[in-house]
Ligand binder design. Sequence first.
Ligand code: GTP
Ligand code: MG
Length: 194
Amino acid sequence: MKIIKSDLHSIAVGPKQYPQDDLPEIAFAGRSNVGKSSFINSMVNRTNLARTSGKPGKTRTINFYIINDSFRFVDLPGYGYAVASKSEIEKWGEIIDRYLTQRENLREVVLVVDIRHEPTSQDLQMYQWIKSFGYTGIVIATKVDKISKGNWQKNVKIIKDKLGIKDTNLIIPYSSEKKINKEKVWQVFEEIIS
Ligand code: GTP
Ligand code: MG
């Protein structure tokens, strides 16, 4: 995919603030700090389009990024951020739920996990939801630059077993830092938005 243009389109908490057009959207869900915003930046060759942080809980709104004026990446707030208060957690849950259940533009929900860690029960819940709504069930296992190549397969297997995935090809090891598997992910995305 040749990226000619990428911009922040809008920031939303509720449907009234969602973009009002019918461009297709791919949304990224996952635990806080796994690297969703970094993933978006690396895919569009930007360093600071989506704001990232070493501390979890950076993205707290739904951020819509428009690419080549033709489709959007949607950065969702991360879940499982332990330091957040109960009311904050409930509020984010609602923000995410409303988008996922009501958004007609949505073509695919991609689960982003950290390849170093076994998915949590919240990841499993999210993944089962994604599958039950008929999405493909693509998993981006990011930060792969942080483990040796000899461990990729072992960690992919842990993710596969925990999430109950049959087709290993659905799990794509990725590195935003080293741009590992970027073209492969674009190939998958191109099919979704075409
Ligand atoms: P929330 O907005 O809190 O949900 O987090 P997020 O999932 O958007 O994570 P973010 O992209 O902000 O990244 C969290 C931290 O992980 C940052 O310090 C990133 O630099 C780092 N990081 C993300 N992806 C990678 C990667 O592929 N490799 C390495 N080495 N670090 C990464
Ligand atoms: Mg983020």
